[in-house]
Design a protein around this ligand. Structure first.
Ligand code: ADE
Length: 230
């Protein structure tokens, strides 16, 4: 998979890709992430990428021309499955969306700033708009990092057995059950007996029951909804 991220702040988004699982995925050649500084596509000598909005009002708007130049250059080099704009008014990210995007080959992500991008960019180039939650960030970079992480960890070969994505919360619309490790008794705080029994089938049943209880308690909406995306 290849991900191209268009941003005015490359230094804000690079570091998550230089650590841990994302770094390993890159080193293994399972994903390539490229960053494009939008200012490199600015058309005037001040490297300006935003301007006042027509009609008046506070806040700058990202101009169409630098974005057009950057996106068009990338599109001339390869086909993109999706060109994603990170924005608080997009579709809210969930596991189903991450699963679907993890099957794609080339993704482009555009990070917004200020009041956002000129609407013509969205109409003309963007194929998908994603929000990472109902709150406003100072730019789309952290959203792009979150989205990329959620996608990349699903790529075959990125996680090993111990970190398998199959038992994650949300993969079956259930939250994950509680987990424990040694010691079995810490200052009187005991691990549930069943987990020490060695009885694989009963342990599995217990985990399933715990997952249901936890979901019913914390996220009853997951049990009632038919929330599979794709
Ligand atoms: N940019 C600003 N806020 C955002 C959010 N909640 N999700 C994605 N991109 C954003």
């Amino acid at each position: 998979m290849r991900i191209d991220i268009i941003t005015v702040l490359p230094e804000l988004i690079k570091s998550p890709f230089e650590a841990s699982i994302l770094k390993r995925a890159t080193e293994k050649g399972l994903v390539e992430v490229h960053f494009h500084n939008l200012r490199d596509y600015a058309t005037n000598k001040y490297r300006q990428i935003d301007d006042y909005q027509f009609g008046g009002g506070a806040g700058m708007v990202m101009m169409i021309e630098p974005i057009d130049k950057c996106i068009s250059k990338l599109k001339a080099e390869r086909d993109y499955d999706e060109i994603i704009y990170l924005t608080p008014d997009g579709e809210t990210l969930n596991q189903g969306i991450a699963n679907a995007l993890s099957l794609k080959k080339n993704l482009m992500m555009l990070c917004g700033h200020y009041k956002g991008v000129d609407q013509r960019v969205r109409d003309q180039f963007i194929t998908k708009e994603i929000s990472i939650g109902d709150y406003v960030l100072s730019g789309g970079e952290l959203g792009a990092a979150v989205l990329s992480d959620a996608i990349i960890r699903l790529l075959p070969g990125v996680l090993n057995d111990e970190t398998s994505a199959l038992t994650d919360s949300f993969q079956d619309d259930l939250l994950a059950p509680p987990v424990y490790t040694r010691p079995a008794d810490y200052k009187g705080l005991k691990v549930p007996e069943i987990l020490l029994s060695g009885h694989t089938q009963k342990i599995e049943q217990w985990r399933e029951q715990q997952a249901h209880e936890r979901t019913a308690d914390r996220r009853p909406d997951l049990l009632s909804s038919d929330s599979d995306e794709n």
